[in-house]
Design a protein around this ligand. Structure first.
Ligand code: NAP
Length: 251
């Protein structure tokens, strides 16, 4: 069977429209900013109109290269509608997460399902509908995380879902080829997720981690965004997990 190579030069990747699901906050907002800085077009997606408006104001309100869409990507009908609204696009990145940390002995099934739906089911639904409208030479980037590799107490569900996402990226890289599918695995990154996870102890916990890490600091959204741009641009990378964790797996 002849091998088909993408006709679009992957170096032009970010010149296409990039959908960033989770682009209203944290790492996703960093990815949106990086694509805009590279001259690309971005559609950011989240559930909260307020957060999207704040992100648009921060990223460059009035830019005709930036659009924002409200969708809950755990809901299939909303995912289908989202792709109709966005139209053709080059790449999709998802950084979506609505996770809870809890001891297994006190497991709350509703919270478990929310975590699984927000990271795993949403990635499957996005893949299902993305492939129908993705331009040639496109890619899908999922977001796993350090919890899969350096699990902490109360983090079993998050560890499991992140590990599953890495397996999913490998499986989709085979099934959806020649669409490339990769995962980025962030270490600890200073984003709003920490206000929910650690509350008032956020800064103390991030500072303590910074002391432990070989790089001497926690991550910034830009650190992860740069890696995501690599995964979009590099046409020879698929089924990979790119760890951007400041050396966290070593300590
Ligand atoms: N920050 C870290 O230290 C760290 C470490 C390891 C892994 N990660 C992973 O990196 C990714 C990004 O994390 P972050 O720190 O940037 O989180 P964040 O700041 O909380 O951003 C999460 C984004 O996902 C959106 N979202 C959540 N549920 C959604 C849904 N059902 N439908 C559509 N959008 C939804 C949120 O917007 P709405 O709430 O408005 O929907 C928000 O834009 C996550 O997968 C996280 O697990 C982060």
């Amino acid at each position: 069977m002849p091998v088909t190579t993408p006709v679009v030069d992957p170096k032009d990747a970010v010149a296409k429209k990039v959908i960033v699901v989770g682009g209203s906050s944290g790492i996703g907002r960093g990815v949106a900013r990086a694509v805009l800085q590279r001259g690309g077009r971005v559609a950011i997606v989240g559930r909260s109109r307020e957060k999207l408006d704040a992100a648009v104001a921060d990223l460059g309100a009035g830019s005709d290269r930036l659009e924002a869409h409200v969708a809950d990507v755990t809901q299939e009908a909303e995912v289908e509608r989202l792709f109709e609204a966005v139209g053709p696009f080059g790449h999709l990145v998802t950084t979506v997460a609505d996770v809870t940390y809890q001891p297994v002995r006190e497991l709350d099934v509703t919270a478990v399902r929310r975590t699984l739906d927000s990271k795993l089911l949403s990635s499957l639904l996005l893949a299902k509908y993305a492939v129908r409208r993705m331009e040639e030479g496109g890619s899908l980037t999922l977001t796993s995380g350090i919890a899969a590799h350096r699990p902490a107490a109360r983090g079993a569900v998050v560890a499991a879902v992140n590990g599953a996402l890495e397996a999913l990226a490998r499986a989709l890289a085979i099934e959806l080829a020649p669409i490339r599918v990769n995962a980025v695995s962030p270490g600890w990154v200073d984003t709003p997720i920490w206000e929910r996870v650690a509350g008032a102890a956020k800064q103390e916990r991030l500072d303590a981690m910074a002391q432990r890490l070989p790089v001497g600091r926690v991550g910034r959204p830009d650190d992860i965004a740069q890696a995501v741009c690599f995964l979009m641009e590099n046409g020879f990378t698929t089924g990979s997990v790119l760890h951007v964790d400041g050396g966290h797996r070593l300590v």
